[in-house]
Design a protein around this ligand. Sequence first.
Ligand code: ATP
Ligand code: MG
Length: 298
Amino acid sequence: MTTHLELPGYAHVYSGKVRDLYAPVGPDGAPVPDQLLLVASDRLSAYDWMMSPEIPDKGAVLTRLSLWWFDQLSDLVPNHVLSTDVPAAVAGRAVLVRTLDMLKVEAIARAYLTGGGLEEYQAKGSVSGVALPDGLVDGSRLPEPVFTPTTKAPVGEHDLPMTFAEVEAALGVEVAVEVSRLTRAILARGNEIAGARGILIADTKVEFGVAPDGSGGLVLADEVLTPDSSRFWPAELWEPGHPQPSFDKQYVREWLTSAESGWSKSSGEPPPELPAQVVEQTRAKYVEAYERLTGETF
Ligand code: ATP
Ligand code: MG
């Protein structure tokens, strides 16, 4: 269970693992259907558990970083942002967006090999049906970004890999091809920009939607190129052959799986409280990623 704020003038409609969604209430007292207030909380999930305590400023970092990226990507793809004029209680961590029908696919692209992509490559020599050169190791750069979609599982269930044929069956051939092209283009553009600022984006997940009346093309929604949706690696420490240090919640995952936490991933027991130092380090990682990328002080 997560708790959300009560916001005067807004009706709560949904809470995901990280975001709370509200509909603005119109003058007639009814929720406005074509707009959503997307509020990013400071919640952090790892291994499908909600961590406690929260990570101060995380919601603001994710929101400001997504807004910055939406601008950087605006010539590639339209986005859902309508306004950053939001209630004071959520200032800096909320945006007003267009309500979209979200595609039932998590659009993932990988530029470097690690995690689930690495496991698949080691077993089959390919990732999501794309054949890759021999000899790649953990952290290797791929010849070009590969589209590795998954299902968008309901809260509490795991996302599962999808073949491209399954994406075509779910979305239609034309939309599937466009989702793949845009996802890879977003990651490629992300790496052009981030690379110059000392960050490699190993992989990322984006979400697309379409207008409920079916007009127009794909719209980039949710969050984009954040440390929650992507693996960010400090470029100066990149060294293929082993797991890379990172700016994302990998730090929390490492603490959880270390002897120090006393927790076992397979126990089914909730993880322990994060020590103050882990919370502070994680906050620092998120802020550093934001500052490196945007060149702005958080
Ligand atoms: P995950 O942790 O995998 O991101 P989640 O569903 O728990 O999943 P949150 O980021 O907490 O994710 O919640 C955001 C929710 O808002 C997601 O379900 C996302 O699909 C949805 N969403 C984002 N932008 C829009 C939009 N413009 N219109 C409708 N729904 C949107
Ligand atoms: Mg999300």
